[in-house]
Design a protein around this ligand. Structure first.
Ligand SMILES: [Zn+2]
Length: 625
């Protein structure tokens, strides 16, 4: 699935053959397009310490996650060639190993090229390799500052060439400290709220024809210093009339202070969404497996969870997201972890009671990572901030349970499951009373028994599966190629061994490759049917673009069991580009995409964008219905 937004950036969405990692190809347009003669002079492997910044850009049709390293003397974009890290929060001290060009650090893999570390007090830069770093891979930090009063400063600024004041201070006050505050209060069951003030308008010495969020933030804070003691606020929000930004809004993942930018909008759903990022949340997706739920070929719709403010609409954060915030499961409002068959009660999700608000049922523990994946089951009613779906004619959510799947210590893993994948709408994703869902590989069956205004009861059956599935073994050979000249086709062999129990019978493994943007491949075949205990192979040829930068590049292949996408493994090799053709790169790399229409659940700006010809939702986060 590929979509193009109005500014021409391409988002390659997350084909989840992967099962686990959301392979979001991050496109760094400017940094790459501006590669200029002389860039090589500053290249070389570097080890850098500093503070990480993680920013999620929300645009009309796409989302990008950007990484920066603050070294103390400069702010360097980090470009991960594979597996960008997802467990870090803004402000985390990190040790980065990569390859420096003039303005970017290219890191081969987020798995190994970035390590958490404790920075020495008050300084943040070092080019030495003597720093002690953790050798374990990063585990996501527990979110902090998610309870109680969130002291929030909103700064309204405009530009030298656009001094418009599209909102009054009282309108912004009402949006942030009225509606959005109420959203956090209700969603947290009275555990979290917003306090603070609005400063501005200020005209900052910048033009709206450019959009550098760092400059806007610095200028806004400089201007607001007379209005507020900035250090007293842990959350900073910058609101401005439309500028030439590549996003509609964006926010840091975590950070103290956290930062959010509102480009020409004070839509309360968007403000709550950006603050959700600021609290440490990633997006709430929908898993799209065609007419199946968890099998076949699946993709992730980035904003496809229509019942969640971190997805497509302005509803409550789902129970996985709330458990990350601590609002559910660890404090006064419980999640019931199901360890035995039985019937379990759920309160309406929106009600501020101390009865269980979700069930958590084990799907799978990955023996490679040790991480467990869970079903989260919750019962929504169209009340409070969930009222919006009461008017949705296709919604079945109030008549059953919403089911999500997510993985421990994996902040971006929130996927809504579509329990009625055969219908053309994704408003009816719930499992309603009378229906049941079975996962034979986990031995789990979920069956809602009743759903009334006062609560739901859900029968859960746990049993031993007859077919014991296992992760496949994947290899890619040769493991190292090159150095070869840019543009050289290189052949690899990808092999898959089926480790399932004999009772499972043969399985088909879908293959998916992963490599840098603009590289090309041929893969044959793209799926392998393999019996338990047997091995089969496919041929992969990968070609780098003629202007590929000198250095190592990861080439990956994922094999995913089509019967259950959580049984997926990957293997990686290295393609070393040794000779850059170093020709002057023309920027006329026009990619003809033909006529595209967006699938159901994709973000859209107008009805004609969508295959279904229906685009609905809040500005900036509308989705095809
Ligand atoms: Zn977002």
């Amino acid at each position: 699935m590929e979509s193009r937004d109005r500014r021409g950036r391409v988002r390659v969405a997350a084909s989840v053959a992967a099962g686990l990692p959301l392979i979001l190809v991050v496109v760094y347009g400017p940094a790459r397009a501006e590669a200029h003669p002389g860039a090589e002079t500053a290249t070389g492997t570097v080890e850098l310490d500093g503070k990480l910044r993680v920013i999620v850009e929300d645009a009309q049709h796409s989302s990008r996650t950007l990484y920066f390293l603050d070294t103390g003397s400069e702010r360097l974009p980090l470009h991960f060639k594979s597996n960008p890290p997802t467990g870090f929060l803004t402000g985390q001290g990190v040790h980065v190993t990569g390859r420096r060009t003039d303005d970017t650090v290219e890191v081969p893999s987020g798995d190994s090229g970035i390590q958490p570390m404790t920075l020495p007090c008050c300084t943040s830069t070092s080019n030495s390799s003597t720093t002690t770093t953790s050798t374990s891979s990063a585990t996501p930090a527990t979110l902090t500052n998610t309870f109680g009063a969130q002291n929030t400063l909103v700064i309204m600024v405009n530009f030298q060439d656009n001094t418009a004041q599209p909102w009054t201070a009282s309108q912004v006050q009402s949006a942030v400290f009225g509606t959005v505050n109420n959203f956090f209060w209700e969603g947290s069951y009275g555990q979290t709220w917003l306090t603070g003030k609005v400063c501005g308008w200020y005209t900052i010495p910048l033009s709206s024809s450019t959009c550098d969020p760092n400059q806007i933030a610095a200028a806004a804070e400089n201007a607001a210093a007379a209005c507020a003691n900035l250090s007293a606020y842990s959350r900073h929000v910058y609101a401005f009339p439309p500028a030439n930004c590549s996003f509609g809004a964006e926010g840091t993942i975590g950070g103290n202070p956290s930062q959010a930018w509102l480009d020409g909008t004070i839509d309360t759903g968007i403000i709550a969404h950006e603050l959700g990022h600021n609290f440490g949340l990633y997006h709430s997706h929908l898993l799209d497996c065609g007419t199946s739920i968890l099998s076949g070929v699946c993709s992730v719709q980035e904003y496809g969870d229509l019942y969640d403010t971190m997805g497509g609409e302005d509803g409550h954060f789902n129970s996985f997201q709330k458990s990350r915030l601590g609002w559910l499961g660890s404090g006064v409002v419980p999640i019931t972890t199901v360890t035995a068959s039985g019937t379990y009660a759920l309160d309406p999700y929106e009600i501020a009671s101390t009865n269980p608000k979700a069930l958590k049922i084990l799907k799978f523990t990955n023996p490679t990572t040790g991480l467990s994946t869970w079903y989260y089951v919750e019962y929504r009613q169209p009340i409070g901030f969930d009222s919006f779906f009461g008017s949705w004619t296709n919604s079945n959510v109030s008549r059953g349970v919403l089911i999500h799947i997510a993985t421990d210590s994996t902040p971006w893993s929130s996927d809504a499951l579509n329990m009625t994948p055969q219908t053309s709408t994704v408003e009816d994703v719930a499992l309603v009373v009378g229906a049941s869902y079975s996962d034979p590989d986990a031995g789990v069956t979920i069956k809602p028994m009743s759903a009334t205004s006062s609560g739901a009861s859900v029968y859960v059956s746990l049993s031993q599966p007859s077919c014991l599935r296992a992760l496949p073994t994947v290899t890619l050979s040769p493991s190292q190629v090159g150095p070869v000249q840019a543009g050289t086709p290189v052949s690899f062999t990808a092999s898959v061994t089926n480790n399932d129990g004999a009772n499972c019978g043969p399985s088909t493994f879908n293959l998916q490759t992963a490599f840098a943007y603009l590289w090309t491949e041929t893969l044959s075949p793209s799926a392998l049917t393999v019996s338990p205990g047997a091995t089969s192979s496919a041929s992969l040829t990968v070609t780098s673009p003629p202007d590929a930068v000198t250095g190592p590049n990861p080439v990956g292949v994922y094999a995913t069991n089509s019967a259950d996408l959580f049984y997926s493994s990957s293997a990686w090799a290295t393609y070393n580009v040794g000779t850059s053709t170093n020709t002057t790169t023309s920027s006329t790399t026009t990619t003809t995409l033909g006529t595209l229409c967006l699938p159901s659940g994709a973000t859209c700006s107008r009805a004609s964008d969508c295959c279904s010809a229906t685009c609905r939702g809040k500005s900036g986060r509308r989705t095809c219905k």
